[in-house]
Ligand binder design. Structure first.
Ligand SMILES: Cc1cc2nc3c(=O)[nH]c(=O)nc-3n(C[C@H](O)[C@H](O)[C@H](O)COP(=O)(O)OP(=O)(O)OC[C@H]3O[C@@H](n4cnc5c(N)ncnc54)[C@H](O)[C@@H]3O)c2cc1C
Ligand SMILES: NC(=O)c1ccc[n+]([C@@H]2O[C@H](COP(=O)([O-])OP(=O)(O)OC[C@H]3O[C@@H](n4cnc5c(N)ncnc54)[C@H](OP(=O)(O)O)[C@@H]3O)[C@@H](O)[C@H]2O)c1
Length: 279
C-alpha cells in the first residue's frame, strides 16, 4: 500500500509506530451506524480527506482496519464514522466499544484524496455512499476548501433516510456561508435508494434543506438529475470530483467522468477526479 509519512520524528516513529488512545465519545445514528471520538497522539498529523489505520484487540490478536478521519486536522480529538457489518471481524469488536476503552492507532497517515491535489477548478463535487461521507465532513470542517472553490456540492447516497448522518451540522454550514460572498456556497443532495414511502413522514426529511433524489448517484448523474438538483453543471473546465465509499459506485462514476472528458489526478498530471474505495 502507498502511504505518506506524517511529520514525525523518524526515530520515535521507528521505535513506536503505534499509539494507544482512549474513546471519549460515542454516538449512534442508527443501530448499525455510529460515530466515535478518541484522544489523539500529539505527533499524529493528517490532511482532511486522509485515513488512519486503527486497531482493536481480539482473542487471536489485533484486528486493523482503515478508517477515514471525520475531524478537521486541527481538532484536539479524532472522530470516525463507521458501519457495523454483521459478522465483520472489526465490526464485532467495534460494536462493544464504550467510553474509556483503549483503541490502537498507527502513527502514519494514509491516502491521497485531499482537495489540495486539485490545482484549479471552481466547483468541488464530493460523491459519497454510506460511511464514505466521513472524509468529506473532515474536508468541510477545514477552512481551506471554502476558499479554494466557489461551490461545494456534497452528494450523499444511502439506502434509507435515517442513514443521512451529520445533517444538522451540514445545514448549519450551509446557512453560515449563505450571505458571505468570499466563501464557497454549499449544495447538499441526497440520493436515498430504498424505502421511499417511509420518507414522506420522516422527521429527518422534513428538516432537510437538500433535494432528495430516489436514484443511485450514478443513475442521477447519467440522467442529468444530479446536476439539476445541485444547480451546477459537472464539466471538465470548472468541476473537480471526489468519490468515496462503495467501490462499484466509484468505478461506475469514474467511467461516467471519463465519458465527460475527465481524467484522474496522478502524481505528475493534474486531473479532474480523485477517489477512495472502502472495500
Ligand atoms: C481507505 C479506506 C478507508 C475506510 N474508511 C472507513 C470509514 O471511515 N468508516 C467505515 O465504516 N469503514 C471504512 N473503511 C472500511 C473498513 O476498513 C472496514 O472494512 C469496515 O470497518 C468493516 O470491517 P469488518 O472487519 O467488520 O468487515 P470486513 O471484513 O472488512 O468487510 C466485510 C464486507 O463489508 C462491506 N463493507 C466494509 N466496509 C464497509 C463500509 N464502510 N460501508 C459499507 N460496507 C462495507 C464490504 O462488502 C466488505 O467486503 C475504509 C476502508 C478503506 C480501504
Ligand atoms: N444500510 C443499512 O441499512 C445496513 C444495515 C446493516 C448492515 N449493513 C451492511 O452494510 C453494508 C453496506 O451498507 P451501506 O448501505 O452502508 O452501503 P451500500 O450497500 O454501498 O449502499 C449505500 C448506497 O450506495 C448505493 N450503491 C450501491 N451500489 C452502487 C453503485 N454501483 N453505484 C451507485 N450507487 C450504489 C446504494 O444503492 P442501492 O440501495 O440501490 O444498492 C445505497 O444507496 C452491507 O454489508 C450491509 O449488510 C447495512
Amino acid at each position: 500500500m502507498i502511504f505518506m509519512m506524517g511529520t514525525l520524528n523518524e526515530q520515535a516513529f521507528q521505535e513506536n509506530p503505534v499509539s494507544v488512545q482512549q474513546i471519549v465519545e460515542l454516538k449512534n445514528w442508527t443501530p448499525s451506524l455510529l460515530s466515535f471520538r478518541c484522544t489523539r497522539a500529539p505527533d499524529f498529523r493528517f490532511s482532511a480527506g486522509q485515513y488512519a489505520r486503527i486497531g482493536l484487540p481480539t482473542k487471536t490478536g489485533m484486528v486493523w482496519r482503515a478508517y477515514s478521519m471525520v475531524s478537521a486536522p486541527l481538532e484536539d480529538d479524532l472522530e470516525f464514522f463507521g458501519v457495523l457489518i454483521p459478522g465483520g471481524f472489526f465490526s464485532e469488536k467495534l460494536k462493544h466499544l464504550r467510553i474509556g476503552d483503549p483503541i490502537w492507532m498507527e502513527r502514519e497517515n494514509y491516502g491521497f484524496m485531499t482537495p489540495d491535489r486539485f490545482i484549479d477548478g471552481e466547483d468541488l463535487w464530493m460523491l459519497a455512499t454510506g460511511t464514505g461521507l466521513g472524509p468529506f465532513i473532515s474536508i468541510l470542517r477545514d477552512d481551506a476548501v471554502w476558499q479554494q472553490f466557489k461551490r461545494l456540492i456534497l452528494v450523499h447516497g444511502v439506502r434509507h433516510d435515517e442513514e443521512l448522518a451529520y445533517q444538522s451540522e451540514l445545514i448549519g454550514m450551509q446557512a453560515a456561508v449563505l450571505t458571505n460572498s468570499t466563501l464557497a456556497q454549499l449544495h447538499l443532495v441526497h440520493c436515498v435508494t430504498r424505502g421511499e414511502q417511509e420518507a414522506e413522514n420522516s422527521t429527518v426529511t422534513q428538516l432537510l434543506m437538500a433535494p432528495r433524489l430516489t436514484n443511485r448517484i450514478t443513475t442521477a448523474l447519467m440522467s442529468g438529475q444530479l446536476e439539476q438538483a445541485a444547480q451546477t453543471l459537472l464539466e471538465v473546465k470548472t468541476s473537480r470530483v471526489m468519490m468515496c465509499g462503495n467501490p462499484q459506485m466509484v468505478e461506475e462514476t469514474r467511467k461516467l467522468l471519463h465519458q465527460r472528458g475527465m481524467k484522474p489526478c496522478r502524481r505528475l498530471n493534474a486531473g479532474e477526479f480523485l477517489s477512495e474505495n472502502y472495500w
